[in-house]
Design a protein around this ligand. Structure first.
Ligand SMILES: Nc1ncnc2c1ncn2[C@@H]1O[C@H](COP(=O)(O)OP(=O)(O)O)[C@@H](O)[C@H]1O
Ligand SMILES: [Mg+2]
Length: 605
């Protein structure tokens, strides 16, 4: 199945499995990540150092008690004076060390996070371009975009940042707890106990965050789809005055996103205030009890100041330890989603004994082909047809009869359910995909032109074509006159999707692209159907050049355009109902082709 799920994948809780999958990407940045995590340790300890040094500072410097002296290098120092001199220097040094460590850590986490994310994105893009046509049929562009852009970032940057944050918090926590215990273990027990109560709610909201974050992803994907459709379908939107419809759709999505965000804030927003409140109770108790300890002489004022400072500082690492759990969880959700994509395997790929395609000698054969897009809804039913080399075969019939489907099966956009399609007796599933597709040129009704110049678009048919080959293709596709009218000629930039060209011009660029490819099989699927009579005439001339000396499948509903086909195959509801030359089919009494023809030409055949 190639459809992406909207919600969390089943693997989101298999941490070992996911880390294992992630390992090739972690390996890329392993050395720097380890350095990062090692540097996070002293950075985490620094807060503890501040709190710890408050005690001697208060006791010796501020209160000035215990005036001791000590010997150093033959001098006698007064401890108080020594501290007074040392403290300004220590403050500057401390800031320097902290600054340098912070900078290095930030640099390393950005470097590793982005490197990993980029590697994931590149591999995901390769995955995207390797996917079957079906993948693009069943997944909306919005979902795919969000999967390809936000998840790799979340999976790698969050992973690094969460781990870094975790190490920072752990060491900050340990250092501060050490200072607490060092000053008074009794007070420490009270303080830590209260802190423990304060952070418990963090653990309970984990689940809510996860469901909301998934729902937000889905809405985000829908919004992107909406944007894409507004772009791609802007003509239709304008023509049918659908602006309001699109606006309303977008507004609904924005509101939905708002509701989701607010619902999360409602559930989660009270946490922080509650935590502060519980902590304030803890501090009140500590103050109260601490006072009596000071009065009874069990604790010095410096010790108490150091203790309270540590306790206040402890709030931050404790909270971030709690949040680490949730953020690690959502990181793993992203990782799981990334690997859900990686685990999608294109169903259409080379077989183990695939061979290169040779020049066609005996022809192409569809034999008893059954095909369905959706389970149990056959679109082609027992379709058989043989095409000789360099024959032009026309496929005609009612819309929805399966004509496009037949030609889409040849380059294996889809694989058939049963039967076989063979070229010179070799099943196409045993021909190298790349070589098979190299041998087929397509011109559709609406051809996609990519952002870039006309020349670049033509060169897509053969990237290493020479200037002479390009000139030849331009001439045969009757583009030269048109290009002559453009100031930049063939180097004119066509807008996204070729929007700046007329239908006939776009069609001729597409034909030039097909011509330069010089493939022995040519498929024309309604290539002139969207054109007016005048542009059709010139495009038809270009097509005639493309069709020369090639095996051609031509689909057209205007029967005048298939007069020069060698044979005509009539499809109806997925079945081949008639096959023969124009004259043969016209001589069939009550023939389907004859009927179609007479309908188009008012009965005068
Ligand atoms: N990508 C697709 N996914 C599902 N159904 C499809 C797809 N493409 C075509 N169909 C269905 O297959 C049938 C044949 O379509 P098609 O081959 O495009 O007909 P024709 O080209 O003769 O008009 C139609 O019923 C159509 O709805
Ligand atoms: Mg069609």
């Amino acid at each position: 199945m190639l459809k992406l799920k909207n919600t969390t994948t089943k693997d989101a809780f298999r941490y070992g499995y996911l880390l294992n999958k992630m390992y090739p990407y972690i390996k890329l940045v392993l050395a720097r990540s380890i350095l990062l995590f090692l540097l996070a340790i002293p950075l985490g300890l620094l807060d503890g150092v501040v709190a710890f040094s408050l005690r001697p500072y208060m006791d010796f410097v501020v209160n000035g008690n215990e005036l001791q002296t000590f010997e150093l290098w033959g001098h006698t120092f007064k401890l108080q004076a020594f501290f007074i001199k040392l403290i300004p220097i220590a403050i500057v040094l401390f800031a320097l060390i902290q600054g340098v460590l912070k900078y290095i850590c930030n640099y390393l986490s950005d470097w590793t996070g982005n490197k990993m994310s980029n590697a994931l994105k590149i591999d995901l893009f390769k995955k995207l371009t390797s996917m079957d046509t079906k993948f693009f049929d069943v997944n909306s562009s919005g979902i795919v975009l969000s999967r390809f852009f936000s998840d790799p970032d979340a999976a790698s940057k969050n992973l690094i940042n969460t781990l870094k944050g975790f190490i920072l918090a752990i060491f900050e926590f340990v250092a501060l707890v050490f200072v607490l215990l060092f000053n008074s273990w009794k007070l420490a027990l009270i303080g830590i106990g209260v802190m423990g109560i304060a952070i418990t709610p963090v653990i309970f909201i984990k689940k809510k965050i996860k469901t909301v974050s998934n729902a937000t992803m889905v809405v985000g994907g829908d919004m992107t789809t909406n944007f894409n459709e507004t772009f791609a379908g802007n003509r239709i939107i304008t023509a049918y005055n659908l602006q309001e419809h699109q606006n309303n759709k977008f507004e609904d999505q924005v509101h939905k996103q708002f509701d989701l965000t607010i619902s999360l804030t409602k559930r989660v927003g009270w946490m922080s205030p509650i935590m502060y409140f519980v902590c304030s109770i803890g501090i009140a108790i500590v103050m109260n009890y601490g006072n009596s300890l000071i009065l009874s002489g069990e604790m010095s004022a410096g010790s108490f100041a150091s203790f309270v400072t540590s306790l206040l500082l402890l709030y931050k690492p404790t909270k971030s330890l709690g949040l680490t759990l949730t953020s690690l969880q959502s990181t793993f959700v992203s990782i799981a989603r990334v690997f859900e994509l990686f685990d999608l395997m294109p169903e259409i790929k080379d077989s183990s004994n695939s061979q290169e395609m040779k020049p066609i000698k005996s022809g192409i054969e569809f034999s008893q082909v059954w095909f369905e897009y959706e389970e149990n809804q056959p679109v082609l039913k027992d379709f058989s047809l043989q095409i000789k080399p360099n024959e032009t075969i026309a496929l005609v019939g009612n819309s929805g009869g399966g004509k496009s489907t037949v030609v889409n099966l040849l380059p294996r956009f889809y694989d058939i359910k049963s039967g076989s399609i063979k070229i010179d007796g070799i099943d196409i599933r045993n021909i190298e995909l790349k070589s098979l597709r190299n041998n087929i040129a397509f011109v559709f009704q609406d051809n996609y032109l990519f952002t870039g110049t006309i020349k670049e678009n033509i060169l897509m048919g053969k990237p290493n074509a020479t200037d002479a080959e390009i000139a030849e293709a331009v001439k045969l596709s009757h583009l030269d006159e048109f290009l002559g009218t453009l100031p930049n000629g063939i180097d004119t930039i066509v807008g996204e999707r070729g929007a700046s060209l007329s239908g006939g011009q776009r069609q001729r660029v597409a034909i030039a692209r097909a011509l330069i490819k010089n493939a022995p099989i040519v498929i024309l699927d309604e290539a002139t159907s969207a054109l007016d009579n005048e542009s059709e005439a010139i495009v038809q001339k270009a097509l005639d050049n493309l069709m020369k000396n090639r095996t051609v499948f031509v689909i057209a509903h205007r029967l005048s355009t298939i007069n020069n086909a060698d044979r005509i195959a009539v499809l109806n509801e997925g079945q081949l109902v008639e096959l023969g030359t124009h004259n043969e089919l016209m001589n069939k009494k009550d023939g389907r082709y004859k009927h179609l023809y007479e309908m188009q030409f008012g009965g005068q055949s």
